[in-house]
Write a protein that binds this ligand. Sequence first.
Ligand code: ADP
Ligand code: MG
Length: 323
Amino acid sequence: MPSPTSLGEFDLIQKYFTRAVTRAALGVGDDCALFAPRPGMQLAVSSDMLVEGRHFLSTVLPERLGHKALAVNLSDLAACGAQPVAFTLALALPRVDEVFLAGFSRGLLALADAHGCELIGGDTTQGPLNICITVFGELPAGTALLRSGAQANDDIYVSGTVGDARLALEVFRGTLDVQGADFNTVRLAMECPQPRVALGLALRNVASGAIDVSDGLLGDLKHILRRSNVGATVNVDSVPRSQVLRALPTALQREFTLAGGDDYELVFTAAPNRASQVQAAAQQAGVAVTRIGQTQALPGLNLIDAAGRKVETNFGSFDHFKT
Ligand code: ADP
Ligand code: MG
C-alpha cells in the first residue's frame, strides 16, 4: 500500500517528467505524442533499456543514471549521424522515491536540453528498476551513416579514448585498485558517457560506415566488417587510452581498450582521401579522433602491435546471453 503522502503515478509524471514541448506538436499527457520530421528529413529511431545490476550498479547517483539512460540512446543517433529531436521514457520503479526521481529527472533532462531532445511521452509502472528510452532523431533522407557502408582500404578511426568504463567496473568489482582523482576520472567515463552527437553530424558525407562502441571496440568493429563485407587490420597499440589506463599492465590495457565495452565512442571508416575532412569534423565536434587501422578486401580481423607483429587475443565482446 502506498503511504497517503506518496505521489501517485500521474502526479509523479506531472512533477518529474512533464514539460512544455517546443518542437513536437503534442507532448506528455494524451494517449499519443505528436510530432513530424521536417520536410525532406528521415526519422532515425532507436531504443535502449537499462536494467539494474545488468547495466548499472545500485551505487550510481540517480542524476548520473538519468544522464546515462539518455546518453546511451543519443549515442545510437550519433552513430547514424542523426540530430536528436525527441524521446520517450518507459520506467519501472520499485517505489516512489522522490530523492531518486528528483536526481534522475535532473540528470536526464539536463542532457536532453543540452541536445535539444524533448521528452514527449512514456509509461510508468511499479516493478524492479528498469529504464527504457526510445529516441527519435532526424537527418536528410539518405544521409544516415550505416554499418554497411565501409569500403576496402578505408581508414578506421575511433573517437576519444576507450577502456576507462571497464576499468571503473573492475574497481567496483574489486579486481583492481584505483583511487582518488584517477578513480573519479574512470568512474565518470562509466557513469556519465558523453554521446558523440556533434561528431556524428559532422561525419555525415565524410565517413563511409559507423557504429558506437557499447559492447567493446573489436566486437562492434566486427559488426561494420560483417555488414560491409570487408576485413581489417588494427594496430592495438594505436587505440587511444587515458593516462589512468596507461598505468596498467599492457595486457589489461589491451583487454579494456579492445573489449571493455560501455565506451560510447564512435568507430567509423572513411576513404583515405577524406583524412583531412575527418580531422576537420573532429575539430568542429571538439573531440579527438585517432586512426587505428584500415579495412581490406580479404575478410577477417588482424591485430598487430606497433612493431607490426601479429597479436593474439582470446577475449570476445560483451554478450548478454553468453556472460
Ligand atoms: P496510457 O495509459 O494511455 O498509455 P499513461 O496513463 O500510461 O497513458 O500515461 C499518461 C501520459 O503520461 C501519456 O501521455 C504518457 O506518454 C505520459 N507518460 C507516462 N509515463 C511517462 C514517463 N515516465 N515519462 C514521460 N511521459 C510519461
Ligand atoms: Mg500507459
